[in-house]
Design a protein around this ligand. Structure first.
Ligand SMILES: *Cc1c(COP(=O)(O)O)cnc(C)c1O
Length: 355
């Protein structure tokens, strides 16, 4: 038997992303919308899929969908790029703005994908850690950007997993501190109701990421998009896989985007449940919940890893960050239906009572 030579050196010691894909009665770990697309909208989606020519390559740039997204945001097509989930666009960003000898400014604790992509592309990560209660150290971020050697920066707003929005005033300061490309990741914007899209008109170095995976119930379909200046979009097009967004996903996304107003009631219900779950969590002795503008809540509890096991044994799957850097002792729960949230709250109360 022959052996195989080693893979690229940057892969050594790298641990693949593991979202703990486990079946459970209450799936509250991945920030999905608890309601699948159903009824008349599902019928319309299925009719659109039935018309897809499976033998033909898709429109590489998904221009019809690009136009719809552009129009809804007061932009033109050349400001928008669609990807196979937001994750593909994050990888494209690291390919286009990172690389050996280049630097990413990251504000941890945050979404782990940014640092993983930097590592894969040989990009140096400059961390400016959040402070007490995960507040951004704004002066430190601005000071670091002002030195002028950062190639791109990522700011998640609302931040995942900690939940809070960044202020628009601070984002403007970041954009004006240097010519670094600044990604504002608005994956949860529909739950926060605030966006920095108006800043695109004045700032060529701003790029905004969105996804269909969260509010729009399409995590299984893989569609995300970015909005930026045409000069930035052109560079991302150079590195992308030409056919990454398949024809079926494009067809589904067009129907869903055209009907996005239909998601307003479920978004409103999730936001109302978020308030309720936060209040209930805050009443449990020994639990500290962090306020959230998204569809999840990070909380601190003693023996967090045991609490995660206890909940999982009762059919409630949440996300365990208790062994993650800067998040020690925390768990994150996605806001689900009222019944799922009650199952979560009831099991957590039982765990605390039994200690
Ligand atoms: C979920 C998420 C994304 C994108 O998810 P996709 O399913 O790949 O579209 C991007 N950023 C953050 C912070 C997320 O939580």
């Amino acid at each position: 038997m022959n052996s195989v030579r080693a893979s690229a050196p940057q892969l050594e010691g790298l641990v693949p992303y593991d979202p703990k894909y486990l079946p459970a009665q209450a799936m509250l770990s991945a920030n999905e919308n608890p309601c699948d697309i159903d009824g008349a909208l599902r019928d319309e989606v299925m009719r659109a899929v039935a018309e897809v020519a499976f033998n033909r390559y898709p429109d590489p740039l998904a221009n019809e969908l690009r136009d719809m997204i552009a129009e809804a945001n007061g932009l033109s097509r050349d400001h928008v790029l669609v990807g196979n989930g937001g994750d593909e666009l994050l990888f494209n960003l690291a390919l286009a703005w990172g690389g050996p000898g280049r630097k990413l400014l990251n504000v941890p604790p945050t979404f782990s994908v940014y640092a993983a992509n930097a590592r894969l592309t040989g990009t140096e990560v400059v961390n400016v850690a959040r402070g007490a209660d995960f507040a951004i150290d704004e002066e430190a971020v601005i000071e670091r950007l002002s030195r002028g050697d950062i190639d791109f920066a990522v700011l998640t707003s609302p931040n995942n997993p900690t939940g809070e929005l960044a202020s628009e005033e601070f984002i403007v300061r970041m954009l004006e501190a240097s010519d670094a490309l600044v990604l504002v990741d608005e994956a949860y914007f529909e739950f926060a109701g605030r966006t920095v899209v108006p800043l695109l008109a004045e700032h060529e170095n701003l790029i905004i990421l969105r996804t269909f995976s969260k509010a729009y119930s399409l995590a299984g379909v893989r569609l995300g998009y970015v909005m930026a200046s045409p000069s930035v979009i052109r560079e991302l097009i150079k590195v992308r896989q030409p056919y990454s967004v398949d024809a079926v996903s494009q067809a589904i996304a067009r129907v869903v985007y055209a009907n996005r107003a239909a998601f307003d009631p479920s978004i409103k219900a999730i936001v109302a449940e978020r308030t309720r779950v936060f209040e209930e969590l805050s009443k449990i002795p020994g639990v500290k919940a962090y306020p959230s503008d998204a569809n999840y809540i990070l909380f601190r509890v003693e023996e967090a890893a045991s609490a995660w096991d206890y909940l999982y044994d009762r059919g409630v799957l949440i996300r365990d960050f208790s062994a993650s850097a800067m998040l020690e002792g925390t768990l994150r729960v996605t806001i689900g239906t009222a019944e799922q949230n009650d199952a979560f709250l009831g099991s957590l109360r039982d765990f605390i009572d039994e200690r």
